[in-house]
Design a protein around this ligand. Structure first.
Ligand SMILES: Nc1ncnc2c1ncn2[C@@H]1O[C@H](COP(=O)(O)OP(=O)(O)OP(=O)(O)O)[C@@H](O)[C@H]1O
Ligand SMILES: [Mg+2]
Length: 508
């Protein structure tokens, strides 16, 4: 007998349909699994055999061949255990195969038949909907995440027996739903770290506000102890909330990487990732033998904070060049390429030299010219060209330190950021972008028009600092964000002047 069960695999963050075809014929008892499965898929044989037996059903002592179609795409992970088991049960007539056609089945099995959670369920359910499959049987652990897709009927199962009884019509599994609107009803969130704790540093606060509003990349330089790390760590408290579409994308990536906390439907706050400077290029960008999203993709629609950027490996930093430009990471492997989204707000901090005091008026810098050049060369010209906002954190004065609590708090700044982001969301409706940093060539021309005074200013700066075409575009995008924070429909000359002021031309 032959049976066919629909299941799902992952390529990057996209799901693809896998047809689990099971053939049982007479002959010497054997269990063959073909169709480019990885080790976890091949090991499914042992789990499936034990799970079926321990659930009280018959495991055929005949020749079993399972084919995972399409045979040319690699399949990874343990999500195919349950469909393989159901395929064998259908092929042996223990499950009514006519009723199983309009289901997608995914899940890992343990030896006693329990169904365990898997990674990447959200992408799989989205794939089911795109392919017109409405019913999805999946592990109970993943039910909240899957039910976010309201078009799909989600049937969470705890045990192989539940699935068999449901499909045979003996005991139905209750459809699982979540109230998506309720997830976005976020009350004023409490943040442990607030901008009101930072004394002085008004210029850095302003830059971080612009970075948060338009999702621009930013480099903060300054002497040790001036509060760079402290300021950057407070950025999450002023970030605008995620839209539903953004949240869906962020959740898909975290789910595939296996970082979605249990019982989470949707990630509704922007990610803030701050990897240590010893991170490898693969962990930052993604990839590996069994490709996984890297930190840059886990920070999608959020912040990637690289503290002490000059301590990172130069090649690791350089690997960010393409994703920073395109907003996606493409990893090529022998059997095809994988794309992960990477639309990030990059925040970098660093000291001006190895000893840290080159820009300090009171302390003497002990570094040689060569040491300084070596140190600063970690950030290459092309990488620096991708930085929208450059700011120096000056030493804090005693008078400022004494005035704790007088600065603006995060909630006040956040309100301005949210207003500026709402303006952007309204303006870019229908363009599939969410912030000024995502503007591309044609859209920059359309939305970042300058008056004659602004034009003259930019022309002057362009010629004086020998700016690149990229720098020109990026200045316009920053100016658009500054105008949005000002709630001004037009970019005025003082908006462009402020944007030019943040442009880094050289660190030397
Ligand atoms: N502007 C400030 N207002 C209030 N406290 C500050 C300020 N700057 C620094 N501090 C205090 O100093 C501590 C160290 O600051 P932080 O780690 O941010 O410095 P840094 O600039 O990152 O230094 P480094 O270059 O050594 O990493 C903070 O935790 C905070 O307690
Ligand atoms: Mg620091």
């Amino acid at each position: 007998m032959l049976s066919k069960i629909k299941s799902c695999g992952l390529k990057g963050i996209e799901g693809f349909i896998i047809n689990v075809e099971t053939d049982i014929s007479n002959g010497i008892p054997a269990f063959d699994l073909v169709g480019l499965g990885d080790v976890a898929v091949r090991e499914a044989k042992e789990r499936v055999r034990s799970a079926i037996k321990n659930t009280g059903y018959e495991f055929p002592t005949r020749r079993i061949t399972v084919n995972l179609a399409p045979a040319n795409l690699r399949k990874e992970g343990s999500a195919l255990d349950l469909p393989i088991a159901m395929g064998i049960l259908a092929a042996t007539g223990q499950v009514d195969s006519s009723l199983i056609d309009d289901y997608m089945i995914i899940g890992e099995l343990s030896l006693d038949g329990q169904i365990k959670g898997i990674n990447g369920v959200l992408s799989m359910v989205l794939c089911a909907c795109q392919e017109g499959i409405r019913n999805v049987i999946l592990p109970k652990e993943n039910a909240d995440e899957a039910a976010v897709i309201e078009n799909a009927n989600i049937y969470p199962a705890e045990h192989l027996e539940d699935v068999i009884l449901h499909v045979n019509g003996h005991r139905s599994i209750k459809r699982h739903t979540v109230d998506v609107k309720c997830l976005f009803d976020i009350k004023e969130q409490f943040y442990e770290n607030d901008f009101s704790e930072v004394c002085g540093q008004e210029n850095v606060k302003r830059v971080l506000e612009i970075a948060a509003a338009g999702s621009h990349s930013c480099l903060i330089m300054g002497i040790p102890g001036s509060g760079k790390t402290m300021l950057a760590r407070r950025l999450p408290s002023i970030l605008p909330p995620l839209t539903f579409d953004e949240a869906l994308q962020v959740t898909r990536i975290h789910s595939i990487a296996g970082y979605l906390p249990p019982k989470t439907s949707l990630i509704t706050t922007r990610p803030f990732r701050s990897p240590h400077h010893t991170i490898s290029a693969t962990s930052l960008i993604g990839g590996g033998k069994y490709p996984k999203p890297g930190e840059i993709s886990l920070a999608h629609y959020g912040v990637l904070f690289l503290d002490e950027v000059f301590e990172f490996d130069k090649h690791t930093l350089e690997a960010m060049r393409q994703p920073l430009e395109d907003g996606v990471v493409t990893i090529s492997r022998l059997n095809g390429s994988i794309t992960y989204p990477a639309e990030i707000t990059l925040i970098l901090t660093g000291n001006p030299c190895p000893c840290g005091y080159r820009t300090d008026e009171t302390k003497k810098c002990t570094c040689s010219y060569n040491e300084i050049q070596n140190y600063l060369s970690k950030l290459s010209g092309p990488l620096l060209d991708r930085i929208d906002l450059y700011v120096e954190a000056m030493p804090v004065k005693y008078k400022e330190l004494n005035s704790i609590g007088n600065g603006e708090n995060s909630s006040q700044i956040r309100q301005r950021v949210i207003r500026a982001r709402d303006i952007q969301l309204e303006r870019y409706k229908g363009y599939k972008i969410f912030s000024n940093s995502q503007l591309s060539g044609a859209l920059i021309k359309k939305f970042c028009k300058l008056d004659s005074k602004g034009n003259a200013l930019l022309k002057n700066a362009f010629e004086k600092f020998n700016l690149s075409a990229r720098a020109y575009n990026r200045i316009l995008k920053v100016a658009r964000t500054i105008a949005d924070l000002d709630e001004s429909a037009d970019i005025k000359s003082f908006h462009i002047a402020e944007a030019i002021q943040y442009r880094v031309t050289s660190l030397r």
